[in-house]
Design a protein around this ligand. Structure first.
Ligand code: PLP
Length: 229
């Protein structure tokens, strides 16, 4: 097996094992391959192995890949999004995970082509209130969720978080548990959500233990990333 095939098998095993260990239904956690900065050939190799969800952080890096790689792929945008860059996301992606402003939501709603289904969105929550991280407070996330109800070309699917990097398992679990709590609260208020986007290479078991439905894995699939210049 080549290294991408080997890494994919390892990540799938980690997900399946964590589903078992934490009494999650088999198949309830999906794998999102974070392909930022990776060459097209690596994405093609992963696609050939059956991986169908890919995530990108930088538009100029992502758009040529989207144009070239064909065949039933769901593209997720997981990078920071400025209001002057919304159009390519509205036109070329299926999902946005980093929504945190109504102004951006309105632009995406206006720019989403009528020929496409609504854009799936997750609200990014800064659950550990880390001053160095993007995302809304839980209160602001709830306000934005209510405002999105007016925007028919967006479909709110759930919440996303990117907590501070921790090595200790219990410390990893804490922010994920809190995000799950907010998710349940929104579901109880009537939002029909099905996505908790949390967990990466380093902490996917902790995220699955706390209810993640979508883990975003980069280096675990593609190998160590070169630092961005
Ligand atoms: C890069 C990135 C990931 C993947 O991180 P790894 O540690 O390489 O698995 C996940 N989520 C976001 C938002 C990222 O930017």
């Amino acid at each position: 097996m080549n290294s991408i095939a080997k890494r994919l098998a390892q990540i799938r095993t980690r997900i399946t094992q964590a589903e078992q260990d934490y009494q999650r239904p088999p198949g309830s956690v999906k794998l999102l391959a974070v392909s930022k900065t990776r060459p097209l050939a690596d994405l093609q190799a992963l696609r050939a192995l059956g991986q169908q969800r890919f995530a990108e952080n930088y538009l100029q890096d992502a758009l040529p890949k989207i144009a070239t790689l064909n065949g039933d792929i769901d593209w997720h945008f997981i990078g920071p999004l400025q209001s002057n860059k919304t159009r390519p996301v509205a036109e070329h992606f299926h999902w946005l995970h980093t929504l945190e402003r109504l102004k951006i939501a309105r632009r995406l709603n206006d720019q989403r082509p009528a020929s496409l289904p609504p854009l799936n969105v997750c609200i990014q929550v800064n659950i550990s209130a880390d001053p160095n991280k993007a995302g809304l407070t839980p209160e602001a996330a709830e306000t934005l969720a209510n405002e999105l109800a007016e925007l028919p070309r967006l479909r709110l699917r759930g919440l996303m978080t990117l907590p501070r990097r921790e090595q200790d398992f219990e410390r990893q679990r804490r922010p994920f548990r809190e995000l799950h709590g907010l998710y349940q609260q929104l579901c109880q208020s009537g939002f029909e959500l099905d996505t908790l986007s949390m967990g990466m290479t380093n902490d996917l078991e902790a995220a699955i233990a706390e209810g993640s439905t979508l883990v975003r894995v980069g280096s675990g699939l593609f190998g160590p990333r070169k630092p961005v210049q």
